[in-house]
Design a protein around this ligand. Structure first.
Ligand code: GLU
Length: 296
């Protein structure tokens, strides 16, 4: 098997310390396996994304010595692939149209005596599953979940299971606002790009079972997963733009190297004495191989 890995940022702003950890880990894992590393710009959520932010992210990666080894793929240009996959799922009767707004979902739960909690999405209660509504504008499309225990292995987190029906329920592939959902786009693209190994932040780990279910339904291979440690803000929350994550500074080569050193530290790699990003990366590839081995 030839290793193909990727870093798949959403261009909603510049890369910060947390995103650089995922970028570095995915790059090191690819190189430790003598594999290919790709960058995919995940800009399906067009209102939140910008072309300028994407170019800035690519410049940040380049300053740190990480370059996509094939032309960068932009999800906003791949609607036809997502549509094909959705059409296949429709034929398989694995999806259905849903008219529920967020408010309607909250009301459905309330009717069962369950109040919504802040920052916590309840699983979809299945209100539209049996209704055979027509697929039309203004409706979402949901994937039917019957799985009560999906098990998978993560190279860092170990054996994992999730009751997808209870935790998430039937999930959205096409959004009511006319946009593709992340779950479908990521699964279609990982397969289309023949990605063998997914290395990304731990905040995405709980998406993995949903993605595996889609891979299974579409008959696509399942990549190997490794979820990297998160960089936490001072309040212990995941670092994000909302709690003041600073953009990775690339004004000078020294700044880029310092940013990489911090990311390497999160990954428990030894500080490098190297003078350039390229030399430091080469050192860490060796350490990475010792730490995580190779799976190919
Ligand atoms: N685009 C996603 C993000 O920036 C990452 C998707 C993935 O690596 O699967 O959070």
């Amino acid at each position: 098997m030839s290793y193909r890995g990727r870093f798949a940022p959403s261009p909603t702003g510049p890369l910060h310390a947390g995103s650089l950890v995922a970028a570095l880990a995915s790059w090191l894992d690819a190189k430790a396996h003598h594999g290919v590393w790709l960058v995919r710009i995940e800009d399906v959520d067009q209102p939140r994304c910008s072309v300028d932010a994407a170019h800035h992210q690519l410049a940040q990666l380049a300053a740190c010595g990480m370059h996509s080894e094939e032309p960068v793929v932009w999800q906003s240009q791949r609607s036809n692939l997502y549509q094909e996959a959705l059409d296949r799922l429709k034929k398989l009767q694995a999806v259905y149209a849903c008219q529920c707004s967020r408010a309607a979902i909250a009301t459905a739960w309330l009717a069962q005596g369950i109040a919504s909690e802040r920052h916590k999405d309840r699983p979809y209660p299945g209100s539209c599953r049996g209704l055979s509504l027509p697929f039309r504008a203004g409706m979402s499309v949901r994937f039917k979940v019957d799985e009560t225990a999906w098990a998978w292995h993560d190279r860092r987190l170990g054996d994992q299971t999730q009751n997808v029906a209870a935790c998430v329920g039937d999930f959205v592939l096409w959004r009511r606002d006319g946009l593709w959902a992340y779950q479908l786009a990521v699964v279609v693209d990982d397969a289309a790009q023949a990605i063998t190994h997914v290395v990304r932040g731990e905040d995405l780990a709980d998406n993995t079972p949903r993605q595996c279910l889609l891979q299974q339904a579409l008959g696509l291979p399942q990549p190997t997963y490794l979820h990297t440690p998160l960089v936490l803000a001072e309040d212990g929350a995941k670092l994000s733009k909302q709690n003041g994550a600073q953009a990775v500074e690339i004004g000078s080569p020294e700044q880029a190297l310092a940013a990489l050193q911090s990311a390497a530290n999160v990954l428990q790699l030894q500080p490098s004495q190297a003078a350039t990003c390229a030399q430091a990366l080469a050192e860490w590839v060796m350490q990475w191989r010792d730490q995580w081995g190779t799976t190919a």
